[in-house]
Design a protein around this ligand. Structure first.
Ligand code: GLU
Length: 326
């Protein structure tokens, strides 16, 4: 009886030891991380999903479980990361620049010193969609019209304001601006409750498909004051809306505008080991990652290290040095 008891204890102890010694057989302590994105019909939300997928596939190795949150967009994400409510977020490159330098939305709060860059992702263009009924063909035609410039918290709001100012408008008085989320704007345009909306987004995006594919005919409007904008705001670049992705839109050629890049950011407070693991999960599986959204077609590993104005997080830097990218 006593011998059987000792044998039982030994087998039990041995089994536990084996589980500890064979990596992956017993889940290590799981660290939960959350990525802030944007509206679900944008490209940030599926991008957060793509990054999370890469990370969660390596759960056994890193013990990280990654979730994705739909949010109000770039400005919301920076603020939530700085408040430790989110660990990572997707943020327009121009908003990253503004936040680290304490400009625009951060003018009163000052520089967001703990903001850290991880990598950049797809290009985004400032997309102006107008109903054909509204008669809007140029940005000058927005005078007196009902135009959604985006919710406070979104990245597009300041881009819309910059575009309107470059066109000579006082955005507060010369037109009737709305501040709703990009996910709601296509429905309002289709219902005739707004004449146009701005959305800074990668292409193709669900929101722009929804805006252009309804019964109300919609066209993209070119933003022509680009030289003026690029001179004043060095973080903007020339861009265009590729019309072939939206066959129902009433345009027959690509529409010139200006744009930025989506970037992936975090806080200096997030441990190096976590940022290293997330960076490695994406870059080591780059070809798989690239296939997860058509907006990633133009990505290269080298380009993903461009457009970053906050210091690169040391966890990401460790990976880039190992991989020979820095
Ligand atoms: N660029 C938008 C923003 O910063 C979000 C675009 C998207 O969700 O794809 O708010």
């Amino acid at each position: 009886m006593k011998n059987r008891f000792i044998l039982g204890i030994t087998v039990w102890f041995g089994a536990i030891m084996l589980m500890v010694l064979i990596p992956g057989s017993i889940p290590a302590k799981t660290t939960f991380i959350a990525i802030g994105t944007g509206g679900i019909t944008g490209v940030y939300y599926p991008t957060g999903g793509a990054i999370a997928k890469m990370v969660n596939q390596k759960r056994e190795v890193y013990g990280i479980r990654c979730t994705v949150e739909s949010t109000g967009g770039s400005v919301f994400n920076v603020n939530a990361i700085m408040a430790d409510d989110l660990d990572f977020g997707i943020v327009q490159s121009d908003r990253q620049y503004q936040a680290i330098h304490g400009l625009a939305e951060w003018k009163d709060k000052g520089p967001q010193k703990d903001l850290r860059a991880v990598f950049s992702i797809h290009p985004e263009s400032v997309t102006l969609c107008a109903s054909v009924n509204s008669g809007i063909k140029t940005i000058a035609d927005l005078k007196g019209k009902r135009v959604n410039i985006g919710n406070p918290g979104s990245g597009q709001r300041q881009n819309a304001i910059d575009a309107l100012e470059a066109a000579g408008f006082d955005w507060k008085t010369d037109l009737k601006t709305e501040g709703v989320k990009a996910a709601e704007a296509p429905g309002l345009l289709q219902d005739g409750r707004i004449d146009a909306f701005f959305y800074t987004v990668g292409h193709p995006s669900g929101a722009i498909k929804e805006a252009t594919a309804g019964t109300t005919k919609v066209r993209f409007v070119q933003i022509t004051e680009i030289d003026n904008l690029l001179e004043k705001h060095p973080y903007y670049a020339e861009s265009f809306v590729p019309v072939k992705l939206y066959p129902a839109a009433m345009n027959d050629k690509d529409v010139p505008t200006f744009g930025v890049k989506a970037t992936f950011v975090t806080s200096a407070k997030v441990p190096d080991s976590i940022v290293y693991a997330v960076t490695k999960a994406v870059f080591d599986n780059f070809e798989k990652f690239k296939k997860l959204h058509p907006a990633y077609e133009v990505l290269t590993k080298e380009r993903m290290l461009e457009g970053l104005s906050a210091p690169i997080h040391p966890g990401a830097m460790k990976y880039y040095r190992e991989a020979g990218l820095k």
